[in-house]
Design a protein around this ligand. Structure first.
Ligand code: MF3
Ligand code: CO
Length: 288
């Protein structure tokens, strides 16, 4: 022995006694070249994907139901109860409830709130507000995660444009995700579209693997970090959820509750999120 050395730990491990498949060989070759590859458990089987798909149907039903309900004068506490009731009536559990101490069943983020706003009976929606409702569902142990922007009544043209471009950023990011490509492709496409429109991209929060857990690998950054990020292999499930700011990309956490993330300059922010399955020909949305 001559001192200390970092051990080579592989992410991709073929179980002992199993013959490597063509897919195994392809990933191992990339890992040997120095690429960050997923661990093998992140490639989900058909049964797992079917479960996440069913979870995504409930999750989407919640977001659709809210389209009819959200109006000026209601509170975000009422939104939270609508989400809770719909979820349990469909045999599911809201993933945010008690998650790391989060007290409610969804996040409601109004105007300058970037994400993780806590629903409250004291917080009313006003005409012209833009509000993100972020809903995550556990059904039979399978997680799905999605959010939409809702415009309360009529808002300003500036807010309307922000909400629209934020949705375009999600769609463009999803279209940029290719099998055997890398997470960086997603962030680069989103960043370009946001910047072209005069907006910034929040850096402190990212999309994530989802399905078997609420938050898993890979990290899905929504801007070009300058690093390739993780290899995208068919069978991976992850979210893309860009937060697009009208002003600066910087944010702070409200020390009142330790959850609410707010844009540093308190200018409006918009976010859309979906859960995606990587297939042989690009991503398929499991929420919509
Ligand atoms: N739904 C959020 C996400 O997109 C996570 C919220 S964590 C919570 O990852 F505890 F605040 F709900
Ligand atoms: Co998410």
């Amino acid at each position: 022995m001559n001192g200390k050395k970092k051990r080579t730990k592989r992410n991709w491990v073929v179980p002992k006694g199993q013959e490597p498949t063509d897919l195994d060989r392809r990933v191992i070759a990339l890992e040997e070249q120095g690429c960050l590859v997923p661990s093998r458990r992140l490639i989900l089987n058909d049964e797992q994907i079917a479960g996440i798909r069913r979870s995504g149907v409930v999750n989407t039903g919640i977001l659709d139901m809210l389209e009819e309900k959200i109006r000026a004068g209601m509170t975000t506490g009422e939104i939270d109860r609508l989400v809770y009731d719909y979820t349990v009536q469909h045999g599911a559990t809201p993933a945010p409830l008690h998650y790391e101490g989060f007290p409610k069943s969804c996040c409601t983020s109004i105007n300058e709130v970037v994400c993780h706003g806590i629903p409250s009976d004291e917080e009313e929606l006003w005409e012209g507000d833009i509000v993100n409702v972020d809903v995550s569902t556990i059904l039979d142990g399978y997680y799905s995660d999605a959010s939409r922007m809702y415009i309360v009544g009529k808002t300003s043209p500036e807010n309307e444009r922000l909400v629209r471009v934020a949705k375009e950023c999600l769609d463009i990011g999803a279209a940029a995700a290719r099998p055997w490509g890398f997470v960086q492709d997603i962030g680069r496409a989103i960043g370009e579209h946001a910047h072209k429109n005069g907006y910034s991209v929040v850096r402190d929060l990212c999309g994530h693997g989802v399905g078997l857990k609420f938050h898993d690998d890979p990290d899905v950054d929504h801007y070009d970090t300058g690093e390739q990020g993780m290899l995208l292999v068919p069978g991976m499930v992850f979210t893309i959820e860009p937060m697009i700011n009208m002003g600066t990309w910087e944010v702070f956490v409200d020390e009142e509750d330790d959850w609410t993330v707010v844009s540093e300059d308190e200018k409006p922010s918009a976010q859309w999120e979906h859960t995606f399955l990587m297939t042989e020909n690009g991503v398929e949305a499991l929420t919509w």
